[in-house]
Design a protein around this ligand. Structure first.
Ligand code: NAD
Length: 364
């Protein structure tokens, strides 16, 4: 097969779907039977020059005619038009919210695999792009909060006096949240984590943070949270509004797959925060966890800065791309046999689960 690596077109997307180290692994793994074609400049924004791809065994050229096209962001209409019938496309296709993209891919006869739909079973852990990119986002969110806060994160004892550590609250202790807690701890802040899945309390404590207990259990299917009932939501908002006033920085990461993100930080909570406080909302693209969030922007309200960066993983493109490329390579190796031919086995739960268009069981 031929594998195509495209230059991303979405504004602000600096990641690339494959890096030279993994080009080498793919090409070496099936000598003479697998080609990688990289669009010139595909890696430039991730600090990967074309020459390094060539050195690793890739060719520069038009990637859109490849048998397997690797992408980061979901394709635009123009990009879908470049895909031939039968092409395998892999990327963040946002299948739960971007139903029109998935329908267009199906109409075009594209066999589309969404990395978000890879089942979260242990065999698929190395393919888990949601986790790898969430780790990057969680880490960056804390750096952003620290740089916006007009105070130190760590405790300092100096001749000019003692500074107490910043108090950081992380709402949602999934992959991004746990990385945010661990990063805040490394920077010397006093981190506290909160989640509606009580099982994460031990994980929160294991990174050196406290767990905020509000007595709500909303464990849902597949390790994810379910949406709260109206009563639970009201109770949660009331108790969080009270708790948030004690924190200098709040980082929110709470998501429910396929739903609008829950509102956890009300306008009243923001008003109660200390002047100079910071909220970094990682759920901006899904509607935001803070009532005052404007996706993609920084707003200041009641002397508190609310930042909702739209694609934090793309702001650290070198490592984000490396991890993502490893995730994709693992999936590609499952879709290609030892002879380098496409071998889509829809009886495999990973293949069947990730396929959102053009698969054997219809379109999703
Ligand atoms: P996510 O990004 O979908 O959500 C982030 C967090 O927000 C979750 O922890 C969720 O419980 C929380 N949340 C949702 N609604 C909330 C609310 N109203 N209030 C507070 N918190 C709320 O989740 P994720 O980080 O992708 O992962 C969720 C879990 O999936 C992980 O913690 C893990 O247990 C599991 N997981 C399993 C694997 C695997 O087995 N391969 C890999 C990754 C994650």
């Amino acid at each position: 097969v031929t594998i195509g690596v495209v230059k991303e077109s979405r504004a602000g997307e600096r990641r690339v779907a494959l890096v030279p180290k993994l080009v080498e692994r793919l090409v070496r793994g099936r000598p003479g039977k697998l080609r990688v074609v990289v669009e010139p400049g595909a890696g430039a924004a991730a600090m990967v020059p074309d020459e390094l791809y060539e050195k690793a065994g890739a060719e520069l050229g038009d990637p859109w005619g490849a048998d397997i096209v690797l992408k980061v962001a979901k394709p635009s209409d123009d990009e879908i038009a470049k895909l031939a019938h039968g092409t395998v496309l892999i990327g963040f296709l946002d299948p739960l919210s971007s139903k029109d993209t998935v329908a267009k891919l199906a109409d075009a006869g594209v066999v589309a695999f969404a990395v978000e739909s890879i089942p979260r079973i242990s065999r698929a852990q190395a393919m888990d792009a949601l986790s790898s990119q969430s780790s990057v986002a969680g880490y960056r969110a804390v750096l952003l909060a620290a740089s916006r806060l007009p105070r130190f994160f760590p405790m300092l004892t100096t001749a000019a006096g003692t500074v107490p550590p910043a108090k950081v609250l992380v709402l949602g202790a999934g992959v991004a949240g746990l990385q945010a807690l661990a990063t805040a701890k490394r920077l010397g802040a006093q981190p506290t984590g909160y989640d509606v899945r009580p099982e994460v309390a031990d994980q929160v404590r294991s990174v050196g943070a406290q767990f905020l207990e509000l007595g709500i259990d909303a464990t849902g299917e597949g390790g994810y949270a379910r949406e709260l009932t109206d009563e639970e939501r009201a109770e949660q908002q009331r108790r969080l509004t009270e708790a948030i006033t004690r924190f200098d920085a709040v980082i929110t990461t709470a998501l429910v797959p396929g739903r609008r993100a829950p509102t956890l930080v009300t306008a009243d909570a923001v008003r109660g925060m200390p002047p100079g406080g910071v909220v970094v909302d990682l759920a901006g693209e899904s509607g935001g966890n803070c009532e005052l969030t404007v996706p993609g922007q920084d707003v200041v309200a009641h002397d508190v800065t609310i930042s909702a960066p739209s694609n934090l993983a793309a702001e650290m493109p070198a490592h984000a791309s490396e991890l993502y490329a490893r995730n994709l390579t693992e999936l590609v190796e499952l879709l290609v046999d030892d002879e380098g031919a496409l071998a889509l086995d829809f009886s495999d739960e990973i293949v069947a689960g990730a396929c959102v268009a053009g698969g054997q069981k219809g379109d999703g």
